[in-house]
Each structure stands twice: as C-alpha cells, then as structure tokens.
Design a protein around this ligand. Sequence first.
Ligand SMILES: Cc1cc2nc3c(=O)[nH]c(=O)nc-3n(C[C@H](O)[C@H](O)[C@H](O)COP(=O)(O)O)c2cc1C
Length: 277
Amino acid sequence: MTDYASAIERRFGDGGPSGGNTADNELIHRVLSRKTVRRYSDAVPDENLLDLLVGAALSASAKSDFQQASILRISDPAKRAAIGALFPSMPWIGLSPVFFVFLGDARRLQRIGELRGKPVRNGTLEGFFNASIDAALAMQTMILCAESAGLGVCPISVIRNEIDKVAAILELPDLVFPVAGLCLGYPQGDGFVSLRLPRAATTHRDSYDDSGLPTALDDYDRRRDARHSVPKEQQRSNAEFGEASFYGWSEDKARQAAKAEGAAFPPYLKKHGFTFD
Ligand SMILES: Cc1cc2nc3c(=O)[nH]c(=O)nc-3n(C[C@H](O)[C@H](O)[C@H](O)COP(=O)(O)O)c2cc1C
C-alpha cells in the first residue's frame, strides 16, 4: 500500500481511487490526514508566524478580485472572555491561545463605490455570497498553512448563533459579518482523522446522480460506527426522537439538522445593510 493509499483508506475507507503511483506531495498528504483540534497546549504561537498566516490567508483567491475578506484577531482578554462566556459548551472558544474571526466584508466595496462616486449596491445576495466565499477561502487557507506549521485549529461558526452580542463586542459595522471564528494553538493530544462520506456519494461525473445515497449512507454509518460509535448517552434529542438501537452518523445529522440553528442571523443581516435582492 502506498502512503496515499493508507491516508485515503483512513479518510474514506470506501475502496475508491487512491492516487496510484502519483509522486509524493507533502501538502496532499497533510490535507488527507488533517483533523480539527480543540485542545491546545499553553504555548503561544510566535507573532511573526501569526503575521505570516494572516498573509497566507489573504493570499487566497478572491471573487472578481473584490477582496471581500477581513480578518479580526481578538487579543483583548476581556473580549475573549466575553465571547467565550457566550458558548459554555465549547470551552475551546475562550481557551485557545489565539482566536481569529473571518469576516465577510461587503462594506469595503460599498465604501470604494462611495469614494469613487459610483452607484455600488453591495448589500445584495450576490454581495453577501461573494463576501462569504472570500472569507471562507481565506479561513481555509489559514487552516492548511497553520496545520502545516504544526498548529491545530478549530473553525467556530457557532458565534453566528449569538450574532447580536458578538457583533456588539467586536463593533462590527453594517455589511460586515462573521463567517466563522478560528481557534488556533499547538495541539494537545492526538485527535483523530474523521471518516468522510464515500466518494460515490459526494462526487459525480458529467451529470448529478444521487440514486445510490441510501445504500452509501448505510454503508458509511456502519463503517463510521465501527471506528467511533456514539455512546447511548450522547444520542441527540432522545426525548423527541426516542432512543435509537443503531445510532449512525446519518441519524445524528438528521436529528441535528431537525433543530434549526442560526435563527438570529438573517434578521441581523437585514438590519445591518443587506437587502438580498
Ligand atoms: C464553517 C465551519 C464551522 C465550524 N464550526 C464549529 C464550531 O462552531 N464548533 C466546533 O467545535 N467545531 C466547528 N467546526 C469544526 C467541524 O465540526 C469539523 O470540521 C468537522 O467535525 C469535521 O472534522 P475534521 O475537520 O476533523 O475533519 C466547524 C467547521 C467548519 C468548516
């Protein structure tokens, strides 16, 4: 088995393509084996490294070269504590040595229009979507660079669930919104590579066809359960849905998605400059 094959097996375990004799590439290896890290040592990453990571993040592709990502680092201990206190079930938010917030920034282009006397309207769905994607790409670029520098990270979109409070703490103006936070530090403990859906379910060629989804899901649930089964006491919403005799990933995600999240986000955006027309 080549190195790629073992990394692919760990990531997918789906018996699909595994790179054949493709030349070794360190980045691909790292990405195939990457994992989210939520526990960090006390070591604080060097400021120069953090500056480089920000530069790398802002080197990500940007829709139309509009450059609508902004990065806000929360270093004020009082602000870190205030944000952390909003999410007690995720203590890593308050405890990680470094915390960035990746912002979709539709305001800058709006201001550029005003400064140049042009009729820019950037509170549209297009403006929101473009700014979101730029911020997400910047974040993922930082994630991969940080991981390759030995750091561990955890994206944090739960901050959008308390958008009014988070925006007040960070003094966000209209047309600027968090896509996600990012905890960052040196990993404590090993963590594990999370098994992904079989590529037969997530990849298509020439036309979209998800007719195999039911079978693929059953297969995935069984294989994932064999690696990391969810203990009975961690089944979600048993009062509502009952205790499941077999509790796979798809049961968990269906239960999770049945409880709508982020109700405060659309009204916040509409109150703060987005018309979505
Ligand atoms: C946009 C985004 C938001 C996320 N938000 C959170 C979060 O609020 N809290 C958290 O603990 N993990 C969060 N995660 C981490 C995911 O739970 C994690 O990526 C997923 O379980 C897959 O694990 P892996 O990255 O180790 O493969 C987020 C990930 C992404 C991409």
